[in-house]
Write a protein that binds this ligand. Sequence first.
Ligand code: PA5
Length: 358
Amino acid sequence: MAGSSSETTELRLDPVTIQAVDASDLLADIVGLPEHLRDALWKVESANLQPWDSPGGMVVAGMGGSAVGGALARAMLGDHASRPILASRTYGLPAWTTPDTTVLCSSYSGNTEETLACYESAGALGARRVTVTSGGHLAELARADGVPVIPVAGGFQPRAAVAYMTVAALEVARLCGAGPRMGAEIDVAADYLEQLVVEWGADSAEDSEAKMLARALHDSVPCIAGSGLTSPIAYRWKCQFNENAKIPAFTHELPELDHNELVGWQDASALGRFAAVFLDDSDTPPRVKERIALTSELIGDQATSTHVIESRGRTTVERVFSLVLLGDLLSLYVAVLRGTDPTPVDVIETLKARLAGT
Ligand code: PA5
């Protein structure tokens, strides 16, 4: 990754410049990630749930910013998941949902129709239900039905509540017998992430990794590839580029990418400015690491820039959230460089209102 010194001077990302564009201070919620992790553990505890047994595993039902937590939790648990864990992003539940399945209905607003439909289906199927929400219709229904509600702090954009949704999914996985205890790992990760906030946050040097990457990507369409642990993070990056920076972004995963998308890069530069981003991790198998290096080389002359970005930290929780934090900051910095307020997602609201006939 390279950025000339003249670019660094022109495209400044100092706190004053950031504040001028980030009118609702989304940055505060992004750098609040370590504190959200700690608070999320308390919030789960406050729901006072006692362990139960779901031999059928767990489905995390949710959409968009409220779905990502389930996918990240699944990736973090990896081989330690002792039962199936699936993130479901639609109106219905998998056909294998039975009374032996736990369904965690995850909706920040509590008013997302797909998630409410899953809540009803889970009830009809006799599945064990848990909800995680800041309120809305979901909280009302759950309270009326005696279904536990894990509370989430109010006042965020749903996508900024990623720590709450992930911790809720990890904790519910533990409670229903699908995953191990992760509380200590989450606490330690929160401390580690504080350091990364300093390294990449608004007060970081103009040539910090997050700011340099933002300068390299702000006028291109990011095409982000993950593999294994980093696949749901690649999707998180894509969504954050979409919602914060308001630009198109695409995601794929290795090794599958090498069997199709690789060819699609052949004349990419004639069509537009596409940047290739590969998310890497210390646990990525050697053969996939070789693929990252080779793919990056083979498409290099068609991409505006190529980047291989390694997760940081020791545990999976640290490594996953290091990349989540980097992507969140980076997408906010790209928004700032483009002069776009990162917070509003008006078109999502318009679509929801139109579907509701209002
Ligand atoms: O980021 C967003 O605002 C969206 O992706 C929402 O998370 C999505 O529309 C679902 O809404 P909610 O998170 O309130 O269930």
